[in-house]
Design a protein around this ligand. Structure first.
Ligand SMILES: Nc1nc2c(ncn2[C@@H]2O[C@H](COP(=O)(O)OP(=O)(O)OP(=O)(O)O)[C@@H](O)[C@H]2O)c(=O)[nH]1
Ligand SMILES: [Mg+2]
Length: 535
């Protein structure tokens, strides 16, 4: 089942066409009936002759409701651009087409409506003009169907064409298999509680799972999922879903909120993106107060153009956007910017970086993994996946790092390995100190001595270092001294026994203490902890 959104100028016959195909009037509000126009999104579905179920989101055409239109087309796979054969191309035909293009709706079909009122030649001319106009469109247009809800012309042909197209459309899936439901309606059903609806994106949604309302962090549980009034255990991406949730009331959820699995998405209030300004729009400049549309959400955002002062009509560039309410976003998401002052669409773009850390002057949001998460050292794999939206593999032990970090870590580990005791046993400084025995000269290689001391190869006091082998060689001398002085020997007695000066005798005695051979007690040295075991 594929979701199709209508688009086109006010009164061109969008809702009438949906009614003719589905038998359901998408305009359900009393106000809509009274005013004869669509105000809110409408929903209907039908089964085509080949059995394909088509699901429609009917949008309003009036220029006052373009923000509702934008929320209706988000996440759909096919657009049905409706053009009145009599009036032809009008301002919201143009604006809606621009919105379909910047939001990345991949496929489309044109319905030329009210053909009962226009002569065949005029219809041919219209069709030719539209074909010409759409020849460079970013949407793949699959044909123009001539229709009339009065005579029934083209209604079946249109349904068949949409069904044929639906069979070939592959709904985009999230790289990490994460569902996301941007909510377009919230209401209560007696006995069931809170229900939210939307066009499901990304991946399957399962009954019983816990989801989070991204804006507030509130956790809800999915009690039931319905598609076209039937309970389904699992909602499929690219379909309309009505989700009955527990844990939140209608006061806790509103249109524009997104339901996602907690922890799977990066919620952000800033992103870097590419941006295309529409051909007839005003230039995009650094400014607050543009309205940002993503999914069914719209809110005010401030814009800065990256690397330039402005992006002029018809041109492309890069932007950084900031806004207040966090949204669960991923690189590749599409968005739209409108100017609330003039009520016009400026253009739209594709998100490149949902967590920009570079200052704006240095930002290069090219969508590469390097630009998204490079330069951060080692980060948990889950963070790396959330920020890129890609199923990255870990580099080591559940962690991810860029190539430069991995290379630096290798270098560091090699350096540490070179410092291992084995690596320093034969260090020339250690050798020289050992050769100097019990009368070593102070070493100038302070760093090396410090590292040798850290490894226990040398022992040092007052700038004089002894090799541990030399100290170990004194075991016999110590035994003799203690035999002569059972209560302990003095430094002088040590000096005489070894025939060294005080310069060496004092550090030597202290290092013997450190090595554990001796233990200082007042003025004398008694056997230390190692002496008892080893001597
Ligand atoms: N003669 C004729 N009139 C039509 C046809 N389709 C729609 N209309 C009329 O055109 C008017 C507008 O139709 P809607 O279907 O409400 O147009 P819409 O595009 O949904 O309008 P908005 O939702 O307000 O943008 C209504 O009065 C319809 O009866 C058609 O095929 N032939
Ligand atoms: Mg309508």
């Amino acid at each position: 089942m594929t979701v199709i959104a209508t688009a086109g100028h006010v009164d061109h016959g969008k809702s009438s066409l949906v009614l003719a195909m589905c038998g359901t009037d998408p305009d359900r509000l009393a106000e809509e009936k009274r005013r004869g126009m669509t105000i809110e999104l409408g929903f209907a579905h039908c089964t085509a002759p080949d059995g394909t179920v088509l699901s429609f989101v009917d949008v309003p055409g009036h220029s006052d409701f373009v923000r509702t239109m934008a929320s209706g087309v988000s996440g759909v796979d096919i657009a049905l651009l409706v053009i009145d054969a009599n009036e032809g191309w009008m301002p919201q035909t143009e604006e809606h087409l621009g919105i379909l293009e910047v939001l990345g709706v991949p496929h489309g079909v044109v319905a030329l409506t009210k053909c009962d009122r226009v002569g065949a030649d005029a219809i041919d001319a219209r069709a030719a003009g539209i074909t010409q106009r759409l020849s460079h469109s970013a949407v793949a247009w699959h044909g123009i169907i001539r229709t009339s809800v009065v005579t029934g012309e083209g209604i079946t042909a249109l349904t068949e064409m949409l069904a044929g197209l639906a069979g070939h459309v592959a709904t985009a899936r999230d790289g990490l298999g994460r569902p996301r439901l941007f909510i377009d309606r919230v209401f209560t059903i007696a006995g069931a509680g809170t229900v939210v609806t939307g066009t499901l994106e990304g991946s399957e949604l399962h009954r019983g799972s816990e989801m989070t309302i991204a804006r507030s962090g509130r956790v809800v549980r999915i009690r039931d999922i319905q598609t076209h009034g039937e309970s389904v255990g699992t909602g499929t991406p690219g379909t309309r879903c009505a989700v009955n949730v527990t844990g939140a009331s209608t006061a806790d959820i509103r249109r524009g909120d997104a339901l996602v699995a907690g922890g799977e998405w990066h919620s952000t209030t800033v992103f870097d993106a590419t941006f295309d300004v529409l051909a007839r729009a005003d230039a995009l400049r650094r400014r607050r107060g543009y309205s940002l549309h993503i999914g069914t959400n719209d809110q005010l955002a401030s814009v800065r153009v990256i690397g330039a002062d402005e992006i002029v009509a018809g041109a492309s560039g890069h932007v950084r956007l900031r806004f207040d309410e966090p949204l669960p976003l991923t690189p590749g998401d599409r968005f739209l910017l409108r100017d609330p002052g003039s009520g016009t669409t400026v253009g739209g773009g594709i998100i490149m970086d949902v967590d920009p850390t570079e200052r704006i002057g240095r930002a290069k949001p090219d969508g590469s993994i390097e630009s998204q998460i490079g330069g951060r050292g080692w980060i948990p794999l889950e963070t790396a996946r959330r920020l890129t939206g890609r199923p990255l593999d870990d580099v080591a032990d559940g962690m991810w790092a860029d190539d430069a970090t991995v290379a630096a870590t290798r270098e560091y580990l090699n350096a540490v390995a070179a410092l291992e005791p084995d690596g320093m046993e034969n260090d020339p400084v250690a050798m020289r100190v050992r050769d100097q025995g019990i009368t070593p000269e102070p070493s100038k290689e302070r760093d090396t001595v410090r590292r040798l001391v850290q490894r226990g190869i040398l022992l040092e006091h007052d700038g004089i270092a002894f090799h541990r082998d030399v100290l170990d060689g004194l075991a016999g001398v110590l035994t003799t001294l203690w035999a002569a002085h059972p209560d302990g020997f003095t430094v002088s007695q040590l000096r005489e026994a070894l025939a060294v000066t005080r310069k060496h005798a004092v550090p030597l005695a202290t290092c013997l203490d450190k090595r554990g051979w001796t233990r200082r007690s007042g003025d004398v040295r008694k056997p230390g902890p190692r002496a008892r075991a080893d001597i």
